[in-house]
Write a protein of this length. Sequence first.
Length: 444
Amino acid sequence: MKKTLTLLLSLLFIYTASNAAEENSQREETYKNLEVFSNVLTLLQEHYVDTIDPQEVITGAINGMLTSLDPHSSYLDPDDFKELQEETHGSFSGIGIEITLKDGILTVVSPIEGTPAYHAGIEAGDQIIRVEDDLTKNMTLMEAVKKLRGKKGTKVTISVFRKGWQELKDFTLVRDEIPVQSVKTMELEPGLLYTRISNFQSNTTKDFSEALREYNEETPVEGLVLDLRNNPGGLLDQAVKVTDVFLEKGVIVSTRGRDEDQDMVFEAKQEDDQYQFPIIVLVNSGSASASEIVAGALQDHGKAIVLGTETFGKGSVQTIVPMPDGAGLRLTTARYYTPSGDSIQATGIIPDITVEFVPPGDDKITQNNGHQLIREKDLPRHFKNDKENSEDTSEAAEEEREDDEEISEAEQRLQSDNQLRTALIILESLRIAEKVRSKEAKKE
C-alpha cells in the first residue's frame, strides 16, 4: 500500500507542478483531493462486496486520470515499460498494428508492412470493437496492446468495423515476430529509386543512408520515391536524421510545451547538399507522428512533392518518465510544429497532389470527380482490334511472353499501386524536363 501511494503521489506531483507562481495553490488542492481518494480507497477496502487488490485499483485510477487527458498518455507497469523498450530496440511478437484511442474507440493508426495484420487486410482507420470476447470500449491502450500481443504462433480474433460496412467482421490472426528492419529499397527504373520506411527505429537512418549511398555509387540517383504510407512513426531523432540527409540547413521540426525544456528546435546539420535529385513522398491516413515530421519538413523546404492523402495528424510529443520498480509514465509534454510554424496536431500534412488509392481490382474503372469512366474495350460485344484477332507467333512475341512470366518486384508493385505509378510518372517527367533544360543550356 505504501509503495502504491508513493507512486500516486509522484505521478500527481509531475502532473500538477507547472510553475512557481501556481505550484503552492495547486499542491494544496492536490493533497486535498488525495485525501478524498484515500477515503474512497479505505471505504472500498472495508465495504466493497469483494476483496479488492489495492495495487490494481490504484493503477486503474492512474490510467483513468491519464486517459481523461489525451489518447497517448499512459501508465506503464514494469512489463509494459519493458515492451516499449523492445519496440524501439528489439523485436516483439504480435499482429503488427499501431493503435490509438479515437473518440474513445480503439482505432488502427496503421498496419505494419509484412505483418499478420497487414496480410489480413487490416487498414488505417479500422475500429477494433472486440479482442476475443472482450469489448474494447473501456480498455486503455496498454491493456489492448497486452491482449493483442502474445507468443509467436498463437491466435487472436479481433472484431473490426470499417466505414462503409454494415456489420462487424472477425479476423483471426496468427501472431508472429514483428520485423525490426524498417527500410526497404528497390529500383523502379535505372536511376529512379523506391525506398519504403515502415517505421522509425534506432537503426533507420543508418540503413537508409547506406542503401541510398550504395545505389548512388553504382547508378547515380535521378529521382527518389520515399514511401511513408502506413508509417505510424517511432523515434523522433531518427525522423530528424532521415530528413537531414536531404537538407543543408534550416529547421526540421520544433516542439513547444508548458515547460521551457520542452521548447526545442531541431535543425539540419549536413555540411553540404549532396543529393539534388527530385523526391516524391508518399503519405496516407496511416502516416503519423515521425513520418509526418519528415513529410512536413521536406515539403516546407521545397525538397519534395508530397503525394497521396491527408496524414493522421498526431502532432504531440510523449516523454517517458521512469517510475519506481521499473515502471514508467508516458506523458504528453509538447506539440510538433513544421518549419513553417504549422501544428501537425489533428490536421496532419496536406499533400501537394491528392491521389486516392485505387484497389488493384478497380484498375479498369477510373474515378473522375465521382464518375466512373469505362473504356471502349470494357463494353460488351465491342469491335475487336486486328491485333487482338491475330496470332503473333514471332520470336519477339515469344520473348515478350516469357518476360511477362517473370515480373520483377518493382513491376508487381507498380501494377497494383496507382499512387506509386503516379509518383513514377512525375519523376520521369521531371527527369525529361531536366534533360531538355540541359540541352537548351548547351545550345546557349
